[in-house]
Design a protein around this ligand. Structure first.
Ligand code: HEC
Ligand code: HEC
Length: 293
């Protein structure tokens, strides 16, 4: 132990007196700013001990004078969210579809809150996530083509009662099985199929298409339901045939098959499966996918 403090010759700083192999340790003081920051954190931590839960105890911990608890805090926040949701749901139950659409807060909640989730759960298996549709008769809901109408009220009615569902108020529409029931010959049906293809593209057989056009327009045939310009009819559920959007395919063979022996799409009624607020929110969500009228 050196009795008196030794000073380093070069820096003039005191040494600690420790020495290894001729190298002496300088006793450089801690920077002032560093010390003050440390004192400040000590004072802060004392405050923390007093106000918040901090020190483990025999059974439990000191609760702090604020009695703060993250779990209680989370519970409180969740309760607030639930109350807010409940309030919005009650307002949606009481509002008409048009009122929901005009109220920014309700619209946002219907689309992004309830509607999207309910769609993903109940509708996406058939209509695809985001309503893109699927092959085999599941229409896209995000486009402008509507078989049964694309206003909010149309969509709501489609959801409530379904299409060819077991509900008595279901939407319903059929077309004759022209081939199976012997109404038209195979040649006539092929001619009509060529005409239908020509409505939205090139046909390989213009003569057949011309013969098909005449048959199509015959008052007792296709024109009745699908319209003079093949624009479709939302009251009968007859889709447009000239828009290149197909439930069952747009080749001559696929159209021939449909006219020979039609397939029909079935959608369940949701009135007994989902509550009214949810059906409204899903309707608003579908309407907002982009094709709503
Ligand atoms: C089991 C499959 C299935 C489920 C589940 C289903 N749909 Fe459908 N949906 C269909 C089919 C098939 C059609 C086409 C019916 C037809 O050919 O007219 C359809 C048609 C529709 C239409 C009419 C489209 C138009 O162009 O007019 C809407 C709107 C619709 N669905 C919305 C929904 C919503 C919203 C849900 C969820 C609550 C849902 N669907 C669940 C099968 C389904
Ligand atoms: C009584 C009304 C009615 C008549 C008449 C009718 N259709 Fe249809 N047609 C429908 C309905 C309803 C559907 C929709 C089936 C579905 O949604 O699943 C349909 C569907 C179709 C489809 C399928 C469209 C697609 O997107 O895949 C084709 C093609 C078609 N009809 C062609 C014809 C042709 C051609 C004729 C005349 C020979 C005809 N239809 C006569 C009601 C009719």
């Amino acid at each position: 132990m050196p009795s008196e403090v030794e000073k380093d010759a070069i820096t003039g700083t005191e040494t600690t007196g420790h020495e290894w192999d001729g190298i002496k340790e300088l006793n450089t003081p801690l920077p002032k700013w560093w010390l003050y920051v440390m004192y400040a954190t000590i004072i802060w931590s004392l405050g923390y001990f007093v106000f918040y839960p901090a020190i483990p105890w025999v059974n439990g911990f000191t609760r702090g004078v604020l009695d703060y608890d993250q779990r209680t805090d989370l519970d409180r926040q969740l309760a607030e969210v639930r109350e807010f949701r409940g309030e919005l749901l009650t307002r949606i139950e009481g509002a008409s579809l048009a009122e929901i659409r005009e109220d920014d807060e309700l619209l946002d909640f219907a689309v992004r809150g309830g509607g999207r989730a309910a769609f993903a759960e109940n509708c996406a298996p058939c209509h695809g996530l985001g309503g893109g549709g699927q092959q085999g008769g599941y229409p896209a809901l995000a486009d402008d083509a509507w078989i049964w109408g694309g206003t909010l009220d149309d969509i709501y009615a489609t959801l409530l009662y379904g299409i060819r569902s077991d509900h008595p108020q279901t939407r319903f529409g059929i077309m004759p099985a022209y081939g199976v029931d012997g109404i038209l010959t195979r040649e006539e049906i092929t001619d009509i199929a060529h005409y239908v293809v020509s409505l939205s593209g090139e046909t390989e057989d213009a003569e057949a298409a011309a013969r098909g056009a005449e048959l199509y327009q015959r008052p007792d045939l296709c024109v009745t339901c699908h319209g003079e310009n093949a624009e479709g009819n939302v009251f009968l559920g007859a889709p447009a045939l000239g828009d290149q959007i197909w439930l069952y395919g747009g080749t001559v063979a696929e159209i021939t098959a449909q006219v020979h022996n039609p397939q029909y799409g079935v959608m369940p009624a949701w009135i007994d499966r989902l509550d009214d607020a949810t059906i409204k929110m899903v309707s608003v969500y579908v309407h907002a996918l982009g094709g709503g009228q």
